[in-house]
Design a binder for this molecule. Structure first.
Ligand SMILES: [Zn+2]
Ligand SMILES: [Zn+2]
Length: 83
């Protein structure tokens, strides 16, 4: 699909103009207002954006749900780093 030079926002599928553009997962163009954490709806920018399955997450939710080392669910004694 071509939108005549502009890119469509994956969230609302409307064209993203330069002034409102925010770079989201996979380098796609989002509206700044549309680029929010999938889990907590916090607004995101390049400093706190993480992605999972091409969906945007904030760092806090990403860390809580997906990582950084496997699943950070309770306990956490399973993986020890030995240097
Ligand atoms: Zn949008
Ligand atoms: Zn979040």
């Amino acid at each position: 699909m071509s939108f005549g030079g502009g890119e469509a926002c994956p969230v609302c599928e409307k064209k993203v103009y330069f002034a409102e553009k925010a770079l989201g997962p996979q380098g796609k163009s989002y509206h700044k207002a549309c680029l929010v954490c999938t889990a907590c709806k916090k607004s995101l920018d390049s400093t706190n954006l993480c992605e999972k399955d091409s969906k945007p997450y904030c760092k806090a939710c990403y860390g809580k749900n997906f990582g950084p080392k496997g699943f950070g669910f309770a306990g956490g004694a399973a993986i020890m780093h030995t240097n």
